[in-house]
Design a protein around this ligand. Structure first.
Ligand code: GDL
Length: 752
């Protein structure tokens, strides 16, 4: 996979910063809107250009990487819930041959492939190649201008020919229906199409002045499915953009990194590593190859050391300028205690390895992750301190990682570093598990998107670097790391709210929908981060929603009639109920949208439950029964329970109990009725809708850029597709009157 660069590197003298001196001007972004393995100009097959009625030069590429993928359902082989990184439709583009879309049994299932959010137009198809395994009986492929719109062509397949040929027919969406009679998977999907060259490239060239914080960065060090090569490259882009200089590769679930550390990577994987290492070094980021051999390292023979040395030398040959030896989380596999002898053993191996590597590359950096990596572990092992003190004999250039007081910490202070520094004779490199969500190998669905917090400003002076081992979700981790960058730039002035905004801005570099305005995408991501506000210690949730529900419950208990919180909660729930659609139609990077498939489904159910509960509440305050609304809320909460992601720790269930227990009163207020929706929507025309007859405060969500004037919504659809909209109407009062309507409709561009 070759990624052309649109930028030239220039050498300049640059300023110093508190952790280092940078001398080069590095190019941070390749200028690529979305990496596409097939977009290879040297390959005649893919660089072919086709004539098209559009003016822009057309190029033939596999466009799967740019599409929005939605499956009607996902099965799972082992667990009660599907896992996004192993089972979901997006796994067909995750560069991992061992993952696939697990198609639910019982027919038919539908995979929708929407190109409109990316192109805001149609692509000219050349071929569609599908590779299934398992019990697939029949297939139907529909070609459409807009998802769920009018079908332009239907191809039925009794026999599963893998390639469907086209001759430039246009498609804004493909809907693939699969009939199965047993377990079945979609392993691969390739859609070759001509698209404007400009859609593949983003002309923005960002540069950075090189790492201001060479020893800080990111660790891919969690238990769970490792990041994809694309996610790694984007993470490196982010580090470069933020002036951070280290990427430690140490994913626990890469067998060749840890459990089968003696094995060597395949030719293909080595190519990926080589590319990643040079991608990183071109951007001023040091790629450190991590290897974790101590689960079963044989100290009685020379063989294991020889394997270790050969393997690390292999990485030196690929261009790696740093190696990290890991000995964390090994104690459960050993017969020997964690004590001074073990510390000495690790020290001797590390020193020997450093000396040997220096004969190949005198500038090589070696770092070490000890078995005793936190204050907690100093005390949890009888001889924890003795182990740590033995590390004093490590060569003085070897950096030693340390997670702080515990494995993951809500807070960390400069003073807390003294124990380590005294024992090991050097400042620690912080391995920060602030956003780690791999407890239970990430099966517990936690999306911790809280802004960086809880580290005092002086911490940076007492450590030699800070690296984050963030969440399993490599794309979403760009958002949280984006907040950490702000802390590093100015720990004293650090402000989490501002940092969140900067992180969101940085993410805009990775957008695919280059035509669309990024303002609404930024707002959507900010909203998302506040919905999943949390970290390793704090369960993700919307703090605003939790506070308002508590306050609403208190007002109801105290029989306070002016329930302002209800009017404030309604727009929040309304937006939650359509955020999925809003993000689908955004220009956000596909990898981030893929990671949100299940979390946003959860948010939709919770939003729907919240809306139904507020309607039930107002009904009861009218003195009416609210059985229908309560039943709707119950159904939405039951669906929410089928989704493993955690959101605000069941706060909506609490509200359900409160509203269910409320005896109907006659306080006033009413549920405002909505008008029906005129479904006619054409992308070339303004779309208008008056959802409520009353004169009220209105909000509309799901339609980016929509405006409200005198009770009328006006919206310019940017592209064709199926949209979900939620409009709310609030008449202030004691209590308020509330109305909400959610509707789905299709916008199409009529043919000439
Ligand atoms: C750990 C592991 C790390 C894991 C993290 C959070 C270190 C040094 N090692 O103990 O791989 O992701 O906890 O679960 O932190």
């Amino acid at each position: 996979m070759k990624r052309p660069l649109l930028v030239i590197y220039k050498e300049i003298i640059q300023s110093t910063a508190f952790w280092g001196i940078s001398l080069l001007l590095y190019a941070c972004a390749s200028g690529e809107a979305e990496p596409s393995p097939e977009a290879d100009e040297d390959n005649p097959e893919t660089a072919e250009t086709g004539e098209n009625d559009d003016d822009a030069k057309q190029t033939l590429v596999d466009i799967v990487n740019y599409a929005r993928l939605n499956a009607s359902g996902t099965a799972t082989e082992l667990f009660p819930w599907p896992r996004e990184a192993l089972d979901s439709a997006s796994t067909i583009r995750d560069e991992r041959p061992d993952t696939s879309w697990k198609i639910p049994e019982g027919s038919p299932s539908m995979l929708q492939i929407d190109f409109q959010p990316w192109l805001q137009a149609e692509a000219s198809l050349k071929s569609v190649r599908l590779q299934f395994s398992g019990a697939v009986d029949r297939l139907r492929v529909e070609r459409l201008e807009a998802c769920r719109g009018k079908v332009l062509q239907t191809i039925e397949r009794e026999e599963l020919l893998p390639v469907l040929g086209f001759s430039g027919e246009k498609a804004g969406c493909l809907q693939i229906y699969v009939h199965t009679s047993g377990p079945a998977q979609l392993e691969e999907l390739e859609i070759m199409a001509w698209v404007p060259e400009t859609a593949l490239w983003n002309t923005q060239n960002e540069t950075s002045t090189g790492p201001n914080h060479p020893k800080s960065g990111v660790i891919e060090g969690f238990y769970g499915v490792p990041w994809s090569w694309t996610e790694r490259m984007r993470m490196i882009d982010l580090l470069c953009d933020g002036g951070l200089g280290t990427y430690l590769y140490a994913p626990k679930w890469d067998p060749i990194h840890r459990e089968q550390w003696r094995e060597i990577y395949s030719e293909e994987e080595r190519e990926h590593f080589k590319e990643l290492i040079s991608y990183a070094s071109e951007r001023g980021v040091m790629f450190s190859f991590g290897i974790s051999p101590f689960l079963d390292f044989d100290t009685h023979s020379e063989d294991d050391y020889a394997i270790l040395a050969a393997k690390t030398e292999g990485f030196l040959a690929m261009g790696a300028q740093s190696v990290t030896l890991l000995a964390d989380d090994i104690e459960f596999a050993l017969d020997t205690p964690v004590d001074a002898d073990m510390g000495t053993l690790h020290t001797d191996i590390a020193n020997r390895l450093l000396n040997d590597m220096k004969t190949v590359n005198p500038d090589i950096q070696l770092d070490f992750v000890p078995t005793v990596y936190s204050d907690d572990r100093v005390t949890s092992f009888d001889e924890g301190m003795a182990y740590l003190e033995a590390l004093q004999s490590l060569d003085s250039t070897i950096g030693v990682y340390w997670t702080g007081p515990g494995t993951s910490n809500a807070r960390m202070t400069a003073e807390e570093m003294h124990t380590f520094t005294e024992a090991v004779g050097r400042k620690p490199i912080i391995w920060d598990n602030f956003w780690a969500n791999d407890g239970g190998d990430g099966f517990t669905g936690r999306i911790p998107l809280g802004a960086f917090s809880g580290r005092d400003a002086l911490l940076v002076e007492t450590v030699s670097g800070i690296l984050h081992n963030p969440s399993i979700q490599g794309a979403l981790s760009r958002l949280t790391l984006g907040t950490f960058l702000e802390y590093l730039h100015d720990p004293i002035a650090y402000n989490p709210n501002k940092a969140r905004e900067s992180a969101v801005n940085r993410e805009m570099t990775f957008r695919i929908g280059t035509e669309s305005d990024s303002t609404s995408d930024q707002e959507a991501v900010l909203f998302l981060m506040k919905l999943f506000d949390g970290d390793a210690q704090t369960q993700p949730g919307s703090r605003e929603m939790e506070t308002r529900i508590d306050s609403l419950t208190r007002s109801l208990r105290d029989d306070a009639a002016c329930l302002e919180d209800a009017s404030l909660l309604l727009p929040l729930f309304s937006r939650m109920s359509v955020l999925e659609s809003e993000i689908h139609h955004s220009g956000l990077a596909t990898d981030i949208v893929d990671e949100l498939v299940f979390p946003l489904e959860k948010i939709r159910y919770e939003g729907e439950a919240g809306i139904a509960l507020l309607k039930a509440l107002v009904r009861k305050l009218e003195g009416e029964p609210a059985d229908t609304e309560l039943q709707r809320a119950e159904e939405a909460l039951a669906k929410s329970n089928t989704n493993r992601f955690i959101f605000s720790n069941g706060k909506l269930h609490e509200l359900f109990e409160t509203v269910s227990d409320l005896v109907p009163l006659t306080h006033g207020g009413k549920v405002l009725q909505a008008t029906t929706l005129d479904p006619e929507c054409q992308t070339r025309n303004e779309w208008k809708w008056v959802p409520f007859a009353e004169d009220c405060r209105m909000h509309v969500f799901g339609l980016s850029g929509a405006e409200i004037e005198n009770g009328q919504i006006t919206w310019h659809p940017l592209h064709s597709g199926s949209y979900r909209v939620s409009a709310v109407c609030i008449m202030e009062g004691c209590p308020p009157s509330l109305g909400e309507i959610t509707a789905e409709f299709v916008c199409e561009t009529p043919g000439e």
